[in-house]
Design a protein around this ligand. Structure first.
Ligand SMILES: NC(=O)c1ccc[n+]([C@@H]2O[C@H](COP(=O)([O-])OP(=O)(O)OC[C@H]3O[C@@H](n4cnc5c(N)ncnc54)[C@H](OP(=O)(O)O)[C@@H]3O)[C@@H](O)[C@H]2O)c1
Length: 338
C-alpha cells in the first residue's frame, strides 16, 4: 500500500524530509480497526516528530495523527464498528501514524464520522477536538452544559487548530465570555467569525490589553502556544482562584510560585495520555468524538478545514508541514485521496 514516511529527520525543505513509500498492508487484531484512509490532517505534532535529529530509521517512520476513512476489517474483540462504517480519529502517539492507505487504530479512540461532512472536512477535527474538549471539560472542569455561563475565558492562540475548536465549545456549549489572541488581520477575521467576544494580540503586552478591555481577571486560561513566553502574563491576568491549562511543553522551568498568592491552579493537557497509558477511561475519546459528530450534524459546531491539498503524497505533506512550521496556520490543513 502507499504511504508517506521518513528515514531521516531533516529540515522540511530537503527532498528526503518526507518520501513516498510502499509498505505492507497490516491486519487488525483484538480491538483494532483496519481503516481505509480517505483524508488526513496535519498538526504541529507531525512537525515536532519530524524535526531534525541524527537518528536514521531502518524502515520508514509513518507520521500523521488525524484521519477520516472507512472501516475495512475489524479485530476479533471489536464491538463498536463493522466493515463499511465511516469513522474519524486522531490515533495513538505510540503507534504508526495515519499517512498510509490503510491504518490500524484501537476502536476506543475512534468516533463515527459526522454524517454532514465529507472525509476531508471530518479529518480536520479529531485531534484538535479531543485536545480542546479534554483541556476545557476534563482538566479545567468547565461545565459543558452551561452551568459556568458568563465566566471569563482567555485562549492564547485563538486561530490555530486547537483554538478554533475551543472557541466553538466555549461559545456554543459552555456559554463563556471568550477573549482570544490573534495577531494578523486574517486570523482576527477567522476568530471573529467563530463568535469570540474580544480579540487581543499575543505579540503585544497582554496584561495591558486585558486591562484596556476592563477585564479584572480570567476564571480560565487555555494556553495553546508558547507556554514559556506567556507564563508571566497568564499569572498576571488569571483571576484569584482561577485555572490555567496548557497544551504546549515548556523549554525551561516555569515559576509555579507566581500562581500562589491567587491560589490559581495549573494543569497539563496531552491528548495522547489516554491511549499511551491505555487508561481505564480510554473510551472517553470515542465518546468525545461521537459527541462532536452529533454537534456538527446538529449545526452547532463547524469543521475548521481551511485548506485542502490533493492527493496525499510526500510533496503535499511537505507543503503542509512547511506552513505549520511557519506558526501562522489558521484552522486546519487537510490532504485527501491517494
Ligand atoms: N498537548 C496536546 O495534546 C496538544 C494537542 C494539540 C496541539 N498541541 C500543541 O499546541 C500548539 C498549538 O497547536 P495548534 O494545532 O493549534 O497549532 P497551529 O494551528 O499551528 O497554531 C497556529 C496559530 O498560532 C498562533 N500563534 C503564533 N505564534 C504565537 C504566539 N507566540 N503566541 C500565541 N499564539 C501564536 C497563530 O496566530 P497568528 O497567526 O494570529 O499570530 C496561529 O493562528 C502546538 O505547539 C501543538 O504542538 C498540543
Amino acid at each position: 500500500m502507499k504511504a508517506v514516511g521518513l528515514y531521516k529527520y531533516l529540515p522540511i525543505d530537503l527532498p528526503d524530509s518526507l518520501v513516498d513509500v510502499e509498505i505492507d498492508k497490516p491486519s487488525p487484531n483484538g480491538r483494532q480497526l483496519l481503516v481505509q484512509v480517505r483524508a488526513v490532517a496535519v498538526n504541529p505534532v507531525d512537525t515536532k516528530m519530524r524535526s531534525p535529529q541524527d537518528k536514521v530509521e531502518d524502515s520508514p517512520r509513518i507520521l500523521g495523527w488525524d484521519a477520516a476513512g472507512v472501516v475495512e476489517a475489524v479485530g476479533s474483540e471489536v464491538t463498536h464498528y463493522k466493515a463499511g462504517d465511516e469513522v474519524f480519529y486522531a490515533g495513538s502517539f505510540t503507534q504508526p501514524g495515519c499517512n498510509s492507505e490503510f491504518h490500524l487504530v484501537d476502536e476506543r479512540i475512534v468516533g463515527a464520522k459526522p454524517k454532514t461532512l465529507d472525509f476531508a472536512q471530518a479529518a480536520a477535527m479529531p485531534l484538535t477536538s479531543i485536545t480542546a474538549w479534554e483541556a476545557m471539560f476534563d482538566r479545567l472542569g468547565i461545565d459543558s452544559a452551561g452551568a459556568d455561563a458568563g465566566k471569563n475565558l482567555l485562549i492564547i492562540g485563538g486561530a490555530g487548530g486547537v483554538g478554533s475548536m475551543a472557541t466553538q465549545f466555549a461559545k456554543q456549549l459552555a456559554k463563556l465570555t471568550v477573549t482570544v489572541t490573534a495577531s494578523r488581520p486574517e486570523s482576527k477575521v477567522w476568530v471573529n467569525d467563530l463568535g469570540v467576544d474580544h480579540i487581543i494580540n499575543h505579540y503585544l503586552d497582554i496584561p495591558q490589553q486585558v486591562d484596556n478591555l476592563g477585564i479584572s481577571g480570567f476564571d480560565y486560561i487555555l494556553c495553546f502556544n508558547d507556554t514559556d513566553e506567556h507564563w508571566q502574563s497568564m499569572a498576571t491576568v488569571v483571576a484569584p482562584q482561577g485555572s490555567i491549562c496548557s497544551i504546549v511543553e515548556t523549554a525551561g522551568d516555569v515559576d509555579l510560585g507566581a500562581l500562589k498568592s491567587k491560589s490559581a491552579t495549573f494543569s497539563w493537557e496531552f491528548m495522547f495520555t489516554r491511549s499511551m497509558y491505555e487508561t481505564d477511561d480510554m473510551i472517553e475519546q470515542h465518546n468525545i468524538l461521537n459527541r462532536v459528530a452529533d454537534l456538527v450534524d446538529a449545526g452547532s459546531i463547524s469543521t475548521t478545514t481551511n485548506k485542502i491539498l490533493e492527493p496525499i503524497n510526500a510533496n503535499n505533506l511537505k507543503a503542509a508541514h512547511a506552513e505549520i512550521e511557519g506558526r501562522h496556520a489558521i484552522g486546519k490543513i487537510v490532504l485527501q485521496g491517494w
